[in-house]
Design a protein around this ligand. Structure first.
Ligand SMILES: Cc1cc2nc3c(=O)[nH]c(=O)nc-3n(C[C@H](O)[C@H](O)[C@H](O)COP(=O)(O)O)c2cc1C
Length: 190
């Protein structure tokens, strides 16, 4: 039966400093309370990660008020290296923007998240809405509104944000269980 596959979720992320990676892991923990979920960085997504997928949750850091572009990410990686910061594995890319461009159109549910500075959205911008737009352009349907997880000026996730990410993941899992059987037929292509 299709049902076991219909609850398969992929959390895909890009990250330089590790905040978005940590949020991705926490979202997947919440999802796993009710559905199967794997976490894969954008550079490493394989065809088998997408086979039978019912939900894609895609997240990235906010760079230049939106979804990162090559120049900004190179500047970010260089900045992290020169500051002696540990760079998240795979930070060289390819990243989410390229992955979203290469994604084949499909029928599945989707949502998005970002990390960004803890300041009014008007000042910070957000990557998550641009990510969501790109997912919808590929035919994916919005399961939940894009979500942001703020970091301090010192680039640390605010206290409680990982727990909030787990709770968000749990909510997504429940929504998916309610939505998947009647409203969406998962695609079994790549
Ligand atoms: C090159 C660069 C540009 C950034 N631009 C923004 C921005 O426009 N708005 C914002 O809120 N945060 C911005 N940030 C902060 C990051 O969104 C934030 O530190 C994020 O948590 C980093 O995620 P990561 O740890 O997964 O790399 C920027 C960071 C870098 C390195």
């Amino acid at each position: 039966m299709e049902n076991s596959k219909a609850t398969h979720a992929l959390v895909v992320y890009e990250s330089i400093y590790g905040n978005t990676h940590e949020v991705a892991n926490a979202v997947a923990e919440g999802l796993r309370e009710s559905v199967d979920a794997v976490v894969v960085r954008a550079a490493d997504v394989q065809r088998e990660n997408l086979a039978g997928i019912a939900l894609i949750v895609a997240g990235g850091p906010t760079h230049g008020h939106g979804l990162s572009r090559p120049q900004l990410r190179e500047a970010g990686v260089k900045g992290a290296v020169s500051a002696g910061e540990e760079v998240d594995p795979g930070a060289e890319g390819p990243w989410l923007r390229e992955w979203l461009t290469s994604l084949d159109p499909r029928t599945a549910w989707a949502t998005s998240f970002d990390t960004r500075y803890d300041a009014p959205e008007l000042l910070t911008g957000h990557a998550s809405k641009g990510i969501m737009r790109k997912l919808e352009q590929k035919g994916l349907r919005r399961l939940a509104e894009p979500e942001s997880f703020p970091v301090t000026g010192q680039n640390q996730l605010l206290p409680g944000e990982l727990e909030r990410a787990r709770v968000w993941g749990r909510t997504l899992g429940h929504k998916l269980q309610q939505a998947a059987p009647s409203s969406v037929r998962p695609s079994y292509g790549s």
